[in-house]
Ligand binder design. Structure first.
Ligand code: MN
Length: 276
């Protein structure tokens, strides 16, 4: 199976649906007229709370978000929507539509998780350009990737938390001799799997990478290597989402974690047949 993300063709969405989030009745009408003129379907949410509800039920191509609204404002709504999406693994571009005109407003919108900004009253040609830009799935994909890269907690932080393995527990369970054999086998197998992973990754063989990551996860589970096992799961998930950039980074974290583990294993239980 040759699943090459680099060669993916992005088609414009057919029948995109815009979620318009706006509390002011006149502004609602005006924006809907503009969207209709562009041949776009709009669904209305009259405050942030309704917007979050709508996103939890339906998929939208784009969200136009007013900032000041009763109940829940546009900033809070955006934060809530981004949290929902993180769990679901999807991403909708959000354009702030606001009369806020102070310096730093754009930054505030971006910090809340919005992608772009349009000033009120809406200029028809600017709206047109922005909507066409954000309806392109390649633009959304790149922006999502960039955002995840900037916002994701560094994988190294996770690696430094606690011992990578509970050798005492393994000794108690299997006995020292067998534990030593098991760990030696684990190190050898994992080294082999990492070689394969690199090869499959370089050829963008999604199914083989996922299969290998799955196996690594399973062998980690049998010796209680939780951190490495979790990274293997992340790799499997990244491949499932066809996110090769994320997969590359996760594989690098797996390598680092495995090096730490090997040092740890060598220092706590000298391996059978492995040179010190
Ligand atoms: Mn408003």
């Amino acid at each position: 199976m040759n699943n090459n993300a680099e060669e993916r063709v992005y088609l414009p969405e057919t029948d995109p649906v815009i979620l318009l989030v706006e509390d002011n009745k006149l502004n609602q009408k005006a924006a809907i007229f503009l969207l209709e003129e562009m041949g776009l379907n709009a669904q209305l949410a009259t405050n942030g709370k309704e917007a979050v509800e709508a996103v939890s039920k339906d998929k939208f191509s784009l969200i136009l978000m007013d900032c000041h609204m009763p109940e829940m404002d546009g900033f809070e709504a955006t934060v809530a929507i981004r949290k929902l999406e993180e769990l679901a693994g999807n991403y909708t571009p959000i354009i702030a539509v606001t009369a806020l005109a102070m310096a730093g407003d754009r930054e505030r919108c971006i910090a809340a998780g919005m992608d772009d900004y349009i000033a009120k009253p809406i200029d028809k040609s600017i709206l047109h350009v922005k909507i066409n830009h954000w309806l392109r799935s390649d633009v959304v994909y790149e922006n999502h990737k960039l955002r995840r890269k900037l916002l994701r907690p560094h994988a190294n932080v996770m690696l430094l938390q606690g011992a990578p393995l509970n050798v005492a527990e393994l000794n108690e369970f299997y006995g020292q001799e067998r534990t030593s054999q098991l760990l030696s086998l684990f190190v050898g197998n994992t080294e082999e799997m990492l070689k394969q992973l690199h090869m499959f990754m370089s050829k963008k063989q999604a199914r083989l990478v996922a299969g290998c990551a799955h196996e690594l996860k399973a062998s980690c589970a049998s010796i209680g290597a939780k951190q490495l096992g979790r990274l293997a799961l992340f790799l499997e998930q990244a491949i499932g989402q066809d996110d090769w950039l994320e997969a590359e980074e996760t594989l690098a974290s797996i390598e680092r974690c495995f090096l730490i583990m090997k040092d740890f294993i060598r220092s706590s239980a000298p391996l059978k047949g492995t040179p010190a």
